[in-house]
Write a protein that binds this ligand. Structure first.
Ligand code: SF4
Length: 327
């Protein structure tokens, strides 16, 4: 498709649809790419997976976008709410019929490094009549400074944010090796998360909002993707089970999308069985939607961020585009 001009800043570069009906919209702005994924939930909820940055250089080892980051000179530019809201409004006005909209900041970037974007989106959406908005974010870093900002906003107007903590290893040294940007220890992070859980559970307005979008009203969740020979040992499993017993924070095991160097663990089924029986809080397994269009966890449409440098890469991108683009 030809690029569609949305306003003086924004162009829609492409719209892609996976077999499970998940769609991806890629926009170009003067500061960089904005990639937005739309998941139609069966319960009449539209979930948008949104980025907080135009690129990310935090270098998580399982990230499909940055696995070859070395040698790439690209900055991590925060997305402005003015641009993201125009992109979102465009998709909502043209394609979305649902009135319940969950904005899930789990796309490119680290939400705790651009919380203002989430707050501004909340302020802008407050005035949209006929819609109910929910908010969620997935983060690697649960910094006290970030929480301070969130608590201030909760005091002001009960902003309903569900926080998903990307744990991915219960051992600090290993976690730091796969998520180099993680600064605080796992126990510091879990204590922050627990405090947030306790504070929010007493906020009726927020729990009411959470119940409209999620199975439980718990405002926190731990995410873990099991990766072969990285975080799938018996020791890891026992430590994870103990985290459940100590903190009573729900756990979601995410189906891992293999990268060139990392594989899905063969222990997955065994872990699921054990966690179901032994984890100290609620437990779920989740296969993220839209894997063929780069929408699944840690996946993005690399070509738009980095370009296709070789003939082979370009050929591969064009083949993919032909198969999934909505024209
Ligand atoms: S997984 Fe997310 S936070 Fe980590 S490098 Fe990729 S985009 Fe950044």
């Amino acid at each position: 498709m030809k690029a569609i001009k949305i306003n003086k800043n924004l162009k829609l570069l492409g719209r892609f649809r996976d077999e499970d009906s998940t769609e991806k919209f890629v926009f170009d702005s003067p500061r960089g790419i904005i990639e937005l994924t739309w998941v139609r939930n069966k319960k009449g909820i539209s979930v948008f997976c949104l980025p907080t940055h135009h690129y990310c250089n935090l270098g998580c080892k399982f990230c499909h976008l940055t696995e070859e980051h070395e040698g790439i000179d690209k900055k991590m530019i925060p997305i402005k709410a003015e641009d993201l809201s125009v992109a979102l409004d465009y998709v909502m006005a043209n394609y979305v019929k649902d009135k319940k909209i969950l904005l899930s900041f789990m796309g490119v970037g680290e939400p705790f490094l651009n919380l203002d974007l989430i707050f501004k989106m909340f302020d802008l959406n407050k005035h949209k009549k006929g819609f109910v908005f929910g908010y969620a974010l997935a983060t690697m870093m649960l910094s006290p400074t970030g929480f301070k900002k969130i608590y201030q906003r909760i005091k002001q107007d009960d902003i309903p944010i569900k926080i998903h903590f990307s744990l991915h290893s219960p051992i600090d040294k290993i976690r730091h090796s796969i998520i180099p940007s993680s600064r605080d220890t796992i126990s510091q992070c879990l204590k922050q998360l627990k405090k947030y859980q306790i504070i929010v559970k007493n906020k009726k307005e927020i729990t009411n909002n959470l119940s409209k979008f999620h199975k439980t009203t718990d405002p926190v969740e731990i995410h873990y993707a099991i990766i072969k020979d990285i975080n799938d040992s018996e020791k890891d499993l026992i430590k994870l089970i103990n985290i459940g017993k100590e903190y009573e924070i729900p756990l979601k095991i995410l189906k891992f999308n293999p990268t060139e160097s990392l594989e899905r663990s063969r222990q997955e089924q065994n872990w699921i069985k054990r966690l179901k029986a032994e984890y100290g809080a609620s437990f779920a397994y989740y296969a993220p939607p839209g894997p063929n269009i780069g929408s699944s966890c840690g996946q993005f449409t690399k070509h738009y961020y980095l370009g296709s440098h070789s003939k082979e890469q370009l050929k591969e991108f064009n083949k993919w585009k032909l198969q999934y683009e909505v024209r």
